[in-house]
Write a protein of this length. Structure first.
Length: 100
């Protein structure tokens, strides 16, 4: 089971989007767990995730998060996928990371 954490500023929308992505993943039977944390939480606590996905509004934190999590893959969610809450696009991003 792959673990993915979406990192945002602190917004509720990312939590709702993570739930939407998780529902789609569960429906198709893909083995991943997706949750949402704030960047502040990720700075204070280890996520334990294999993949960290930053929302576009916190992409400026990319290098800092990579430095804090050198053993973890860190990427930014595509702006359009996030803006349109396109769960399918984010799932494809997740699958692409784990197929490498």
């Amino acid at each position: 089971m792959h673990t993915v954490v979406m990192l945002c500023a602190a917004g509720t929308s990312t939590h709702l989007f993570a739930e939407k992505i998780q529902a789609a993943i569960d429906e198709e039977g893909y083995g991943a767990r997706v949750s949402a944390w704030s960047v502040a939480q990720a700075k204070e606590n280890r996520t334990g995730a294999e993949l960290l996905l930053l929302t576009p509004q916190v992409r400026f934190e990319l290098e800092l998060i990579r430095a804090l999590y050198p053993e973890t893959r860190v990427e930014v969610i595509d702006f359009n996928a996030f803006a349109h809450m396109d769960a399918g696009a984010v799932i494809e991003q997740i699958k692409g990371v784990f197929s490498d």
